[in-house]
Write a protein that binds this ligand. Structure first.
Ligand SMILES: CC(C)(COP(=O)(O)OP(=O)(O)OC[C@H]1O[C@@H](n2cnc3c(N)ncnc32)[C@H](O)[C@@H]1OP(=O)(O)O)[C@@H](O)C(=O)NCCC(=O)NCCS
Length: 176
């Protein structure tokens, strides 16, 4: 697959409206670790979250994903950053579903992991994905993540415990 070009830029308060809209979409949020509220967040809560990301007060390095023509399509982050052992957890969502399955996820991960290995000086990026999130698992395998194991009943989703797969990529395995 030829990868589409994406840019990761810092979040701004202009991103609140898109984020709020995407968070109302259950297909987008089903597999995201979010509270089961409808709407998942109010506009005000979304704004506060984005402000915390901008100010770097919530432990997340979260960026906006934009396309070649500057369309805002989603977000990507690293969190649980362990500088001692040089690893962090990655999270991603393409909020605009028109862009699913076209390589944008892989392209954004490539940019984020390059940043994490080179700028944050990390050695490993890991993630947790729900066992029934087939689209994400396909994308992560395509990207080259290796499976570390099953985290049993790791997510409480709609009153049901769901297993998650832990996957990771080492700096020495990153070939993009
Ligand atoms: C998961 C997500 C980030 C993946 O991004 P994406 O841009 O849709 O995925 P990509 O197009 O980069 O995926 C690349 C690979 O996955 C494959 N793929 C994409 N959608 C698929 C599907 N529905 N079923 C099977 N394979 C699929 C692609 O064919 C491609 O593989 P290929 O190059 O071998 O053909 C995105 O779908 C998303 O935001 N989902 C909702 C939020 C979410 O679940 N986030 C992850 C939480 S862990």
């Amino acid at each position: 697959m030829r990868l589409p070009k994406v840019t990761l830029r810092e979040l701004t308060l202009d991103d609140v409206e898109d984020r709020y809209r995407w968070c109302l979409d259950k297909e987008v949020t089903k597999h995201l670790n979010m509270p089961q509220k409808v709407p998942p967040f109010s506009r005000e809560e979304t704004k506060r979250w984005i402000e915390m990301c901008i100010e770097r007060t919530n432990g997340y390095v979260q960026k906006a994903i934009t396309t070649d023509d500057d369309t805002h399509i989603g977000w990507i982050d690293v969190k649980n950053i362990d500088y001692l052992n040089k690893h962090a957890e990655l999270g991603i969502a393409i909020g605009d579903k028109q862009y699913w399955g076209k390589g944008y996820g892989v392209s954004a991960m490539k940019e984020m992991i390059t940043f994490a290995f080179n700028e944050l000086d990390l050695n490993k990026i890991w993630l947790r994905v729900e066992i029934d999130n087939e689209r994400a698992i396909a994308s992560y395998k395509r990207f080259g993540y290796r499976e570390e194991g099953i985290l049993r009943e790791d997510r409480l989703r709609d009153g049901q415990f769901v297993d998650r797969i832990r996957m990771s990529m080492l700096k020495s395995e990153f070939y993009y």
